[in-house]
Design a protein around this ligand. Structure first.
Ligand SMILES: *[C@@H]1O[C@H](CO)[C@@H](O)[C@H](O)[C@H]1NC(C)=O
Ligand SMILES: CC(=O)N[C@H]1CO[C@H](CO)[C@@H](O)[C@@H]1O
Length: 380
């Protein structure tokens, strides 16, 4: 029996995986990704004669989840794991995300949170009256004349605007692109503008942020037409020089994780993103069978397979940033002596994985050292 199973190799060979068609995407899953990681680990060890070495698997965000799960499922192959900002509980309706955004903004400055809410309330009011459409078009640099053909168009527009806030909160870093244009600002910089009354109403302060900060990176205009989004996400070709991940990640969201950021909670400042907004996109992109049932079954199966918050394993470090709402689905408290949490105050998504900078906070420097020392101890 045993010798038989030893020679049992699971092998996916997909002759047509040169595209992102639904047939190809059916091979895209975290379990398949882990099989690839295991394959890499074993093949490289053999090829390079590293059979006696200990391997540590690490990653950030979804990559952090994969790192954690690789150690849980294959403790014989990986001596330890470090998952940065790794969600480990799948959840269809991740309404807690915007609650996290509210907490981070409020912790920083309650006036800032109020201003954000006021700005978005005004946008929502303006969307109700066509006489304001041309103003919205120019204020937010929309690519096309604003036409709200369906609730999906309204939600997409709000989604795009909300993202400017959430990206700021989730990353909390100041970054320029290679042309020297500002593409990300810190929460403090964002809030300094949102609370500066000499810049007009909160609505105008937000418009100013969009114009001055994020314009250059996100194309020169904001695309908010739902049919156009569907068209671009339906493209199943792969451009190897400019790979994008939108379609693939959306597929995994619809089939394995959910993680859909809805505005269902009362304790957050936004409106317009119900779960149906996301599930409709699953169906529109991949077919009618990608519905609530498939989403819920997929999420349940993911949590059953990996264990969710009930982590069974050892020698895993979970690091998270306090401002990053993803920590809500991650591990932020020690579970045991060898399942350790590193919670980094004032930091965003995956900050401990970024290169050292002169501007790093004391908390971030300490967190990196702590992770390094834990790993050293475990690998002795
Ligand atoms: C508010 O904005 C004005 C104009 O940009 C600027 O001169 C002023 O310093 C800002 N005030 C604060 C408190 O940041
Ligand atoms: C939100 C949350 O879980 N916060 C906790 C993070 O971890 C620190 C210590 O590890 C706790 O003090 C926080 O309550």
């Amino acid at each position: 029996m045993l010798s038989q199973s030893v020679f049992f190799f699971f092998f996916f060979f997909c002759f047509n995986c040169r595209d992102l068609s639904i047939a190809s995407l059916s091979y895209l899953s975290s379990r398949q990704a882990m099989a690839d990681i295991v394959n890499f680990r074993t093949k490289v060890a053999k090829k390079m004669g590293l059979t006696k070495n200990k391997w540590v698997v690490f990653g950030g965000s979804y990559g952090g989840s994969l790192a954690v799960w690789s150690r849980i499922k294959h403790p014989d192959l990986f001596a330890a794991a470090a998952g940065s900002s790794a969600p480990i509980l799948a959840k269809a309706n991740f309404y807690e995300y915007f609650e996290g955004v509210q907490r981070s903004l409020g912790t920083h400055n309650s006036e800032c949170l109020k201003a954000v809410k006021e700005a978005f309330d005004q946008v929502v009011e303006m969307l109700k009256l066509p006489k304001y459409y041309s103003k919205l078009e120019s204020d937010f640099m929309l690519c096309k004349k604003l036409k709200l053909n369906s609730v999906m168009d309204t939600s997409l527009l709000l989604n795009r605007l909300i993202m400017f806030v959430t990206v700021t909160v989730q990353y909390n870093i100041n970054a320029k692109n290679n042309k020297g244009n500002q593409v990300l600002i810190r929460i403090k910089e964002f809030c300094d503008i949102m609370t500066n009354s000499s810049l007009g109403s909160p609505y105008y302060r937000f418009v100013r942020i969009i114009h001055s900060v994020v314009k250059e990176e996100y194309l020169c205009c904001l695309a908010t037409n739902y049919d156009d989004k569907l068209k671009s996400f339906s493209d199943s070709s792969i451009d190897y020089h400019n790979p994008t991940k939108g379609r693939q990640w959306f597929y995994q969201s619809c089939t394995e994780f959910g993680f859909f950021k809805t505005t269902d909670s009362m304790n957050q400042p936004f409106t317009g993103l119900p779960l149906s907004y996301y599930v409709q996109q699953c169906s529109d992109l991949f077919g009618p069978e990608f519905n609530y049932d498939k989403l819920n079954t997929g999420v349940m199966s993911t949590n059953e397979y990996y264990g969710g918050f009930s982590v069974r394993g050892s020698k895993i470090i979970f690091s998270n940033g306090s401002f990053d709402p993803w920590h809500i689905l991650g591990i932020t408290k020690d579970i045991s002596e060898d399942l350790l949490a590193v919670f980094i105050k004032g930091e965003g998504h995956c900050s401990d994985l970024t290169a050292r900078r002169d501007t790093d906070s004391a908390e971030l420097i300490q967190a990196r050292e702590k992770i390094f020392h834990i790993l050293q101890k475990w690998l002795k």
